[in-house]
Ligand binder design. Structure first.
Ligand SMILES: *Cc1c(COP(=O)(O)O)cnc(C)c1O
Length: 296
C-alpha cells in the first residue's frame, strides 16, 4: 500500500440552536478520515502519494510552521505508507518540540529548524533534494491537491445550495469548486478566510480555476488574523462543541462555523437552503498550550 485509498467521511445533520429553523444544516466530517492525516490534508496528500508511488520516490520533503497540520499529516502518511519524511520547520529558535512536532518525530520524520529568511527561500531549502525525493509544497498546495479536494464533491449524498469551507491557501476551496461544478451545478462554494488581508487569494484562486464562478471568499471572519481569536469566537467554539459533539479548532473550523451562524443571522443564504459545512479536520492544534489556556 503506497497511496491513500478511499476516504470515509460522513455527512451529518447539525443540531445547533444558533443555526435557527430556516433551512437545513449539515456537516461533512472529513475530520474523521484519520486522526493525524486529517481532513483536507488527507485530501491534498492523496495524489502526491500516488505520484510518489508511480514515480518511484522513496522520500517526502515538505515545509511548515511548528503547528502545521500539513507537516503532521505528511509525517504520519510517510510512516503508514512507507516513505521517509523530512520537514523544514519555520523558526530556528525552537528548542522544545510541541505536541505536534513530537508526533512528527514519533512517526520518524526528520525535522530541520530554519530561520524565517531561509524558510522564505524555498529553492535554497531544497537545494540538496535528490531524484528519489518528492517535494510537497507548503500546506500541500498545488494541482495534485486540487484533484484530491475535487473528490469531496463526488462523495456528497444530496444536493446542496451552499458548501462552506475554511480557507488558508485556497487549494481546498478551488478543488471543491472544481468538483462541484461537475457534481453540484447549483451549489455555491463559500470560503471563510482564516487569514487577515487575504484579498490576494481572490486572484490566486481565479488563476487556479479560471472558468469557474461558483465560489466566493469571505474576508470578515478572520477574528484578527491567522491563529488569532476573540473571546466571542472562544465562547462560540465551546457552545458549538458542547451542543453538537463536534470538535472544531480556533484557527480554521471554528471561524467557519461561526461565519455560518452569522451569515444566517444576516440573511445571506436563500430561504430554506441546504447548507453544508466541510469540516476540514486539523484538530491537533486545539491542544496547543495557547489554546488550552483560552479554552479551559
Ligand atoms: C490547512 C487547513 C485549512 C486550509 O486549507 P487550504 O486548502 O490551504 O485553504 C483549512 N482547515 C484546516 C483544518 C486546515 O488544517
Amino acid at each position: 500500500m503506497k497511496g491513500l485509498d478511499t476516504a470515509v467521511s460522513v455527512e451529518q445533520k447539525l443540531h445547533f440552536t444558533a443555526l435557527g429553523q430556516e433551512g437545513e444544516f449539515f456537516i461533512k466530517r472529513d475530520d474523521l478520515i484519520h486522526p493525524f492525516i486529517s481532513g483536507n490534508k488527507w485530501r491534498k496528500l492523496k495524489y502526491y502519494l500516488n505520484y510518489a508511488n508511480t514515480h518511484h520516490k522513496t522520500k517526502l520533503v515538505t515545509v511548515g510552521g511548528a503547528y502545521s497540520n500539513h507537516v503532521l499529516a505528511t509525517a504520519c502518511a510517510g510512516a503508514v505508507y512507507g516513505y521517509q519524511t523530512k520537514a523544514f520547520i519555520r523558526g530556528e529558535e525552537i528548542k522544545e518540540l510541541n505536541h505536534m512536532l513530537t508526533l512528527c518525530k514519533l512517526y520518524g520524520m526528520e525535522l530541520e529548524f530554519v530561520t524565517r529568511d531561509a524558510y522564505r527561500q524555498k529553492d535554497g531549502l531544497y537545494a540538496d533534494v535528490r531524484e528519489d525525493t518528492l517535494i510537497i509544497p507548503e500546506g500541500g498546495y498545488g494541482e495534485l491537491a486540487l484533484q484530491g479536494c475535487a473528490e469531496i464533491a463526488d462523495e456528497l449524498t444530496q444536493e446542496y445550495d451552499y458548501v462552506v469551507t475554511a480557507v488558508g491557501t485556497g487549494a481546498t476551496l478551488a478543488g471543491l469548486a472544481k468538483g462541484a461544478a461537475v457534481r453540484q451545478p447549483n451549489c455555491k462554494i463559500i470560503g471563510i478566510c482564516a487569514l487577515k488581508g487575504a484579498e490576494y487569494l481572490n486572484g490566486e484562486i481565479s488563476a487556479l480555476i479560471p472558468d469557474l464562478n461558483n465560489w466566493e471568499l469571505l474576508h470578515d471572519y478572520h477574528q484578527g488574523g491567522y491563529a488569532k481569536t476573540t473571546p466571542e469566537l472562544i465562547d462560540f467554539l465551546k457552545t458549538f462543541t458542547a451542543q453538537t459533539g463536534v470538535l472544531i479548532d480556533p484557527v480554521y473550523t471554528a471561524k467557519t462555523a461561526y461565519a455560518i451562524t452569522d451569515l444566517i443571522k444576516q440573511g445571506y443564504f436563500k430561504p430554506n437552503s441546504k447548507v453544508l459545512m466541510l469540516h476540514t479536520g486539523g484538530l491537533m492544534g486545539l491542544m496547543s498550550e495557547k489554546f488550552t489556556k483560552l479554552l479551559g
